[in-house]
Structure formats: structure tokens, C-alpha cells
Write a protein that binds this ligand. Sequence first.
Ligand code: ADP
Length: 393
Amino acid sequence: MNKELRVLIVEDSEDDELLLLRVLRQGGYKPVWERVETSEVMRAALENGHWEVIIADYVMPRFSGLAALDILKQSGQDLPFIIVSGNIGEDIAVAAMKAGAHDYILKGNLIRLVPAVERELREAEVRRERLRAEAALVRYHEELEQRIKERTEELRASKVELERLVRELERSNKELEQFAYVASHDLQEPLRIVSGFMKLLAQRYGSQLNDKAREYIHYAVDGTERMSQLIRDLLLFSRVRSGNWEPSLIDMNVVFDTALGNCRASVEEAGARVTREQLPVVRGDATQLGQLMQNLLTNAIKFRGPAPPEIHISASQQDVSWLFSVRDNGIGIAPEDRERIFMIFQRLHSRKMYSGTGIGLAVCQRVVECHGGRIWVESSPDGGSTFFFNLPK
Ligand code: ADP
């Protein structure tokens, strides 16, 4: 089946036009064509038609192949341009090729026309394909640039926002710490007055009061003491912050032995047996780590079961940290309570059963986190508890 070929013929001779059409038809094409022989008509044809190839004579009375090439260039279209001409000299042919003609064919050798048209159509398609690919690449590049610009802007905005939040957090932390400090100082004072006068009341007028009144005074004094302890613990908790210390090398054996010394009375009173393995040296704050050890020790003694407390501390080396464990044989902790005990004021028992303010483990958690570690507990009710925490090497 013949293939349609939209061909613009630049030619002054009708005979030559017919000749060209015949050759194209013989080559398997069904030409759809227009013949032009002046520049104006060619311009109009280029503007209005959709051409695949231009076949042009070289010398015409009112027009020339080179002028036709110029008009094609001005139109901005990339069409195969084949010169078909009578005898032209080699230098003219070269000039035509240099000016942008794709091929030139002698009228006496028209057998070359169809293969030349085919080749030039293919090459034009390749050029168009390349242009399409280039355009797609440019579009992709522009899109990418736009996306990078947007992401950079987003990142910049979130960095600014993050910096603002960090500043706000720092300020809020400082204010909180100051508030806790001032509040606890200011709270202790009236508390001391209440407790002092209650005691004075008991001493001076105790004999004139009945048992009920003395019992009330006792409750009041007990309340002030508890409140005083609560304020002290809160103050301690508010002070544990990572920015508050210069890290140094701390021998955890010394830290633990000192904490044990501080608990000596309750250890003896409970008949506890405390053992420790060799502990490592870590980077941190001695006071905070001491507090951590002491709270864990105190709890292990306080939450003891019927048997005398057996407490064992050890440490093992992990990839990037030391894993410490403090094991006891106390009352244990139910699985559902193992996370909340680290929250401030969370206690599992009434004050009558076990004294305390519910701040100890919250302090432990803060200390460990300020040192870049994590604390957790493994336990079963009645099976004792093991508190684990890790500290970076
Ligand atoms: P406090 O000791 O003042 O109650 P903590 O924050 O130290 O507060 O502990 C919170 C709760 O966790 C305790 O009330 C107790 O119920 C539980 N707990 C802590 N340590 C142990 C332990 N070694 N064995 C059993 N329960 C414990």
C-alpha cells in the first residue's frame, strides 16, 4: 500500500514536477503536494501546510534553491530539504549542503530520490525525537530545581521553627527550674512555722489538751513533715537536667559504695545482704549517678518481701554502652505497672504500707536519660525485680 508523503515542491517547471511525482509514486509513495515557484507562495505554503519534505530546484527564473532554504530556516521548521537540479558544479553542491540542504540529486539520476527521501525522513524523525527528549530533560531539570527550591525553603522554615522551639524549651526549662527552686524555698518557710508552732503547742500546752487534741497535733506535724519531704524531692527532681553538669570520669564502684554507706542504717535494720560485681568507669555527673544508685538501693530495701532483702548489682559490656542491673528479691511489680512507676508521683501502694513520695524513679529516669541511656524494669509479682539501665561507654 502506498504511503502518503506531504511534499512541497519548489519548482518552476510543470514537467519536472510531474517527473518528480512519478518517481515518488514509483518508489511507493502517494504524494500530497503543492508546487511553489516564488518566495511569497512558499512562505504561505509553509505557514499553512504540514509538510514532511521539501524538494527544490536549484536555479529558477524568479527564485533559487538557496533562497528557498533561507525561507525554510526563517520559518523555524526542521524539514528535510533535498535539491534536485540539472547539472550543477561540485562547488555549488557543496555550498548548498553548507547552507543546510540535506542532499542534492541530479535530474539525470532521479533513481537516488526515493532512498534520499526515506533516509532524510528517518533522520528528521531522529532529530525530532532528540528534541523531544531534550525538552523532556529540560522540563525534568526545571521541575527538579523547583522541587529542590521548595524543599530547601521548607527545611529553612522548619529549621527556624525548630530553633525557636529549642529556645522556647530552654527558656521554659530554666523558668520551671527557677520556679521549682523559689517555690520550694518559699514553701518550706511557712511549713516550718506551722510545724514549729504545732510542736510548741504540744510541748507547752500538751498537758492541758485531751488525747484527741494531741492526736490532731500529731497528724498536723506528720503532714508538715511529709510535705517538707515532698518539696525536697521535687527540688531534687527539678535540678536533674543535662545542662547542669560538666561530665567527668566516674568510678561506679565508688558511687555505689557511697550510696550504700548512706543507706547503712536501713540496710542493717532490714538485715539486707548487698553484693556488687566490679563496675566500670563511665562519663557523667557523680551527684546525679549517686542519686540514681541510692534511689534504686532504697527501693530494693523498702519494697522487700517476707525474706531478708538480697540485693545484687552488676554491669556488663554491650556494643556501645554498659548495661547495669540492680536485682532484688522483693515484692515484685505487675507487668501493667512497669512503665508508669517511672512517672512522677506514681505509687503502687498506700503510704501506710510503704512510705514515699513517688518521685524516686522519676529522678532515676531523668538521670539516666540525661546521661544518654534508658532505664526499665523486669519483674514478676513475688519474684523480685531487676532494674536495668544503660550508660554510654
Ligand atoms: P516511692 O519509692 O517514693 O514510692 P518511686 O518513684 O521510687 O517512689 O517508686 C514508684 C513505685 O514503684 C513505688 O511506689 C513502688 O510501688 C514501685 N517500686 C519501686 N521500686 C521497686 C522495687 N524494687 N520493688 C517493687 N516495687 C518497686
